[in-house]
Design a protein around this ligand. Structure first.
Ligand SMILES: [Zn+2]
Length: 245
């Protein structure tokens, strides 16, 4: 079957002497991988050089028994030049690509995640500080991929939590001061951080970027999100290093 899609390049690697394998996150079919035969021998064969986080129109033959398809056409649609000219922005974009590649299952359409990627890259172009964008992206990715943390009540007893609470990485949510944790390490979370996460979950992309956070809240948010993602993905992302900057 021949399929068309619009996709963002998540990763690429060289294959044999002249080909390259690319993974896209597509609007129509979710995460799709395919081989572009001869792309390294003839640079004019495809209308794209497959740069990371570029948006491309692709045409591919879908193989039924394989996750790797044959890409026959690939044309560049959007390049995000100003992101590429800035190291911090390039690293932030690389991190979100790795996150999406790890968290999203193969060929499962998710239009909200696709739009989130486009919104993130678009905002990144004019951004002064990349961190609020990365935090917003992490929270919305958890929300739209089925890993939304439970933040309304205690995950153990259902009690409404008003002040400081424990955040259980294992159970994915808040645990009140009276209930025991399922894990040995205690991660504390303040009401301000909980409110910030809920605000970002409830608001659209442009509104959630307007949220002003105290430095302590921002630090706690970063700590909780990074640990929660590492717990769920089973390992650290290679590109997460920049988040310490
Ligand atoms: Zn409780």
């Amino acid at each position: 079957m021949i399929l068309k899609a619009e996709g963002i390049v998540l990763r690429t690697f060289d294959f044999r002497e002249t080909s390259r394998i690319a993974t896209f996150f597509t609007k129509e079919h979710g995460k799709v991988s395919g081989i572009l035969k001869g792309i390294r021998k003839d640079s004019k064969k495809f209308g794209s050089s497959l740069d990371l986080f570029s948006v491309n129109d692709i045409v591919y033959y879908q193989y039924r028994n394989s996750d790797l398809h044959l890409i026959s056409q690939c044309d560049l649609k959007q390049y995000f030049l100003s992101v590429r000219q800035d190291l911090a922005k390039t690293l932030a974009a690389t991190y979100v690509l790795e996150l999406i590649n790890k968290i999203m299952p193969v060929e499962e359409k998710n239009i909200k995640i696709y739009q989130l990627l486009l919104d993130f890259l678009g905002s990144l172009e004019g951004a002064k500080d990349v961190h609020p964008l990365v935090h917003g992206f992490q929270i919305k990715t958890l929300l739209h991929s089925g890993f939304k943390p439970h933040l309304d009540t205690c995950i153990k007893c259902g009690r409404v939590i008003t002040g400081r609470a424990k955040f259980s990485m294992h159970d994915g949510g808040l645990v009140c001061l009276q209930c025991p944790l399922s894990e040995t390490v205690v991660h504390w979370i303040s009401q301000g951080t909980v409110s910030s996460i809920l605000h970002i979950e409830k608001n659209d992309w442009s509104n959630c970027l307007k949220l002003h956070m105290a430095e302590a809240t921002r630090r706690e948010l970063k700590y909780i999100l990074n640990n929660f993602l590492v717990f769920h993905l089973g390992r650290k992302l290679l590109s997460a290093k920049y988040l310490h900057a």
